[in-house]
Design a protein around this ligand. Structure first.
Ligand code: NAD
Ligand code: ZN
Ligand code: ZN
Length: 389
């Protein structure tokens, strides 16, 4: 089959590889009809996530048709149409029972590695380094889905792939980011990053009844798209984020702040990014936490910082004293996809939300390598790339 594989920093290729096979009774094989490139894939593309290996198959947003199931996969059969959540879940461990799916205790087959680095294991993820299990991803014609009885979302016919695909990741990610803010009708929610996750967070914060939603980025078409969803845009290349946020909140600061940027933030008006870039380059720091610093500084005391943006390792110069003394609440994590699935699928079916608005590019899988570059460079108005194997 054809699959997009990682061969090192800025080197993704469409290769011919063996088809996946059932390795365990709890597996299923899915023939991928549609998949996508995520902002998280860019961290791999940029060589910032450790434990990637040459030849790893990428991709954790995909859907398709079940073509084969293992002996112990009882609730799926060939022909079923499924979206696959990016977090692999056993459905039976203590964390899964509590709905904390992204920290499933059993699905990461390299759990000793994760325990060493993080103190505990986290869930297995598709196409996302050997720290999270080294599972082949879904930017491919076929993919093996481990723990398939629970690692799937059955979806109805009659709705297009484009409407359903983002149940795999960015829709529940934006949604969880907003839910974790516990939005009150009097709240201003400020969202850093108008990429696909920021776009879903904007729609979610509006649906959850925020008084005012503000979005911060510097890519004009992304700001326009977020405005269309009900957000007030701030272009951080043209205005002071801190001044504008104060202005829009009568000097108080937003009650709720969402970091939909993560470890690769950019900055134009202050020097701290240069400092971070140098430290990142010489491996003294793994992440560039400019957005976190800005959120801590501007958030109204007793407010909440919700962090879906991915961080990988060690961060420097976080003003923790400000966070502590202002009494801020931090909520974060990889998304507990299955926790939100039935609610979000219903909202899609009822037409409350159609996540396909975010798609700007649809191309064959073979064009995936070029699209990694286009998406990374935000060239050609690219906001979200969908691939057809
Ligand atoms: P993206 O790279 O397309 O979007 C990031 C956006 O942030 C870009 O538009 C960029 O211009 C903007 N940005 C950069 N620096 C900024 C700054 N200082 N202030 C404001 N905006 C800034 O990626 P995406 O797909 O939207 O993903 C966003 C983040 O969410 C990534 O870190 C990704 O890894 C993460 N993510 C997390 C989960 C999860 O489960 N928690 C799931 C999906 C994605
Ligand atoms: Zn993702
Ligand atoms: Zn589990």
């Amino acid at each position: 089959m054809r699959a997009l594989r990682w061969h090192g920093k800025h080197d993704v290729r469409c290769d011919t590889v063996p088809d996946p096979v059932i390795e365990d009774g709890r597996d299923a094989i899915v023939k991928v009809s549609t998949c996508a490139i995520c902002g998280s894939d860019l961290h791999l593309f940029d060589g910032l996530m450790p434990t990637m290996e040459h030849g790893d198959i990428l991709g954790h947003e995909f859907m398709g048709e079940v073509v084969e199931v293992g002996r112990e996969t009882r609730n799926l059969k060939p022909g079923d149409r499924v979206v696959v959540p990016f977090t692999i879940v056993c459905g039976e461990c203590d964390q899964c029972m509590r709905g904390n799916f992204s920290v499933c205790e059993r699905s990461n087959r390299n759990r000793e590695k994760a325990e060493k680095v993080f103190g505990h294991t986290t869930a297995g993820l598709f196409g996302y380094s050997h720290l999270t299990g080294g599972y082949a991803g879904g930017q491919a014609e076929y993919v093996r889905v481990p723990f398939a009885e629970r690692t799937h979302i059955k979806v109805p016919d009659g709705l297009s792939d484009e409407r359903l695909l983002f149940l795999s990741d960015i829709l529940p990610t934006g949604w969880q980011a907003a839910v974790q803010c516990e939005i009150q009708p009097t709240d201003t929610v400020a969202i850093w990053g108008a990429g696909p996750v920021g776009q879903m967070a904007v729609r979610s914060a509006v649906m959850l009844g925020a008084k005012q939603v503000i979005v911060i980025d510097r890519v004009p078409e992304r700001l326009v798209m977020a405005s269309g969803g009900g957000a007030i845009p701030i272009n951080f290349d043209e205005e002071s984020v801190l001044d504008r946020l104060k202005e829009l909140t009568n000097g108080k600061g937003p009650e709720k702040c969402i970091d939909a940027v993560g470890m690769e933030s950019h900055v134009s008006r202050s020097l701290d990014s240069m400092y971070d870039r140098v430290k990142q380059a010489v491996m003294l720091e793994t992440d560039r936490p400019h957005v976190l610093r800005e959120m801590i500084y501007v958030c109204r005391p007793a407010g909440t910082l919700s962090i879906p943006g991915v961080y990988g390792g060690v961060l420097d110069k976080i003003p923790f004293g400000a966070a502590m003394n202002k009494g801020l609440t931090f909520r974060m994590g990889q998304t507990h996809v299955n926790r939100w699935t039935s609610d979000l699928l219903r909202r899609i079916e009822e037409g409350q939300i159609d996540p396909s608005f975010v798609i700007t590019h649809t191309v064959p899988l073979e064009e995936g390598p070029a699209m990694y570059k286009t998406f990374r460079e935000k060239a050609d108005g690219c906001i979200k790339v969908v691939l057809k194997p």
